[in-house]
Design a binder for this molecule. Structure first.
Ligand SMILES: [Zn+2]
Length: 333
């Protein structure tokens, strides 16, 4: 016979009771941010080979592909610029030139979708000849020059209409440099800074480099992205970025770093915490579904709930359109 102390199933024997046990892990449209790649060639729409079903597209295609997603309840977008036609140089000139695809897309997106919150990735790797996330001087990153340039780029995106600027470069002092620029530009209170604070040097970024055309031409990004096995180092960077007054934090990649998510959420419970389900995670799920390991809905929802359970408030996911379609039929998930 069961003893009173041993029976726990009395707390979750029907659907309503089971839901009560999962309050903080629900998924709604507010828990999702949708990343897209915008090309400098307005006529082109091309599938990214290593990310089946994900496209890089020029301005002419943007509205047709976003309309149904916004109609499904999309709340926020994260945009990356990709240049194929425009030249790259040592200074990343086209990261914020008038021809930059992000600068060109922002006013249009704001006009088409006035209620959509738009974040812009801020980095140099897609725009420099050497493909690193900061400015290189004599084969090394020049941190001061890098954060000055990144501040300028962030301000340009803010002026063009971004609600959030999201530095992904992992240069020391970037958040402060961007906040200073926003202050000078009179936009400090109207633009949020989402810091990719805990960004690991991951093998799961491979397909993204394909997508954003930003592989480094020499060396790797180990001098600024975090070593895979480190933990307290991520905490130090988060502490620093909080001190520099970032509005929101991010851990990247997502699924393999949920211990870090949990730690950061416990330390800063009031700061919205994002996780980026990166290109390699997308590809892994896609291929598992193709191989019949699980259905997309079952597998993906379990992964998303694990992220929410660890403490993530928002998941940046290429699967956002699919999740929003499910939410139309039952919300929250
Ligand atoms: Zn970068």
């Amino acid at each position: 016979m069961s003893s009173i102390e041993s029976v726990i199933q009395s707390g979750y024997f029907n659907d309503t009771l089971r839901e009560w046990q999962c309050q903080n892990t629900y998924i709604t449209s507010s828990n999702l941010m949708y990343p897209i790649f915008i090309l400098d060639d307005e006529d082109i729409k091309e599938e990214i080979k290593s990310m089946p079903g994900i496209f890089r597209q020029g301005l002419k295609h943007l509205k047709a592909s976003l309309d149904p997603v916004v109609e499904s309840g999309l709340k926020s977008l994260l945009i990356f610029g990709v240049i194929n036609r425009l030249p790259k140089d040592e200074h990343g000139t086209h990261a914020d030139s008038p021809e930059n695809p992000v600068i060109q897309a922002l006013p249009l997106l704001k006009q088409w979708y006035p209620n959509l919150t738009i974040a812009c990735d801020v980095c140099l790797c897609s725009y420099t000849t050497y493909g690193h996330c900061g400015i290189i001087e004599n084969k090394y990153i020049d941190n001061e020059k890098s954060i000055k340039r990144l501040g300028e780029i962030a301000l340009s995106y803010a002026i063009a209409g971004a609600d959030i600027v999201a530095p992904s470069c992992m240069m020391d002092g970037t958040v402060k440099s961007i906040k200073q620029k926003l202050l000078e530009g009179g936009l400090l209170s109207r633009v949020a800074v989402l810091s990719y604070a805990a960004k690991y040097c991951s093998s799961f970024y491979g397909p993204f480099r394909d997508a954003a055309n930003c592989a480094p031409s020499f060396s790797n990004r180990a001098s600024y992205q975090l070593p895979v096995g480190s933990s307290s180092l991520a905490e130090r960077i988060v502490d620093r970025d909080v001190t520099e007054c970032c509005d929101m934090l991010m851990v990247k990649p997502a699924m393999m770093y949920l211990d870090i998510v949990s730690k950061i959420k416990n330390k800063y419970p009031n700061r919205p915490l994002f996780v980026y389900q990166v290109s390699g995670e997308y590809a892994m799920i896609h291929h598992a579904v193709q191989a019949g390991v699980y259905t997309l809905k079952n597998g993906l929802l379990e992964i998303l709930k694990s992220m929410r359970r660890a403490g993530a408030d928002v998941v940046v996911s290429y699967y956002t359109p699919e999740i929003l379609a499910w939410l139309k039929h039952s919300s929250p998930l």
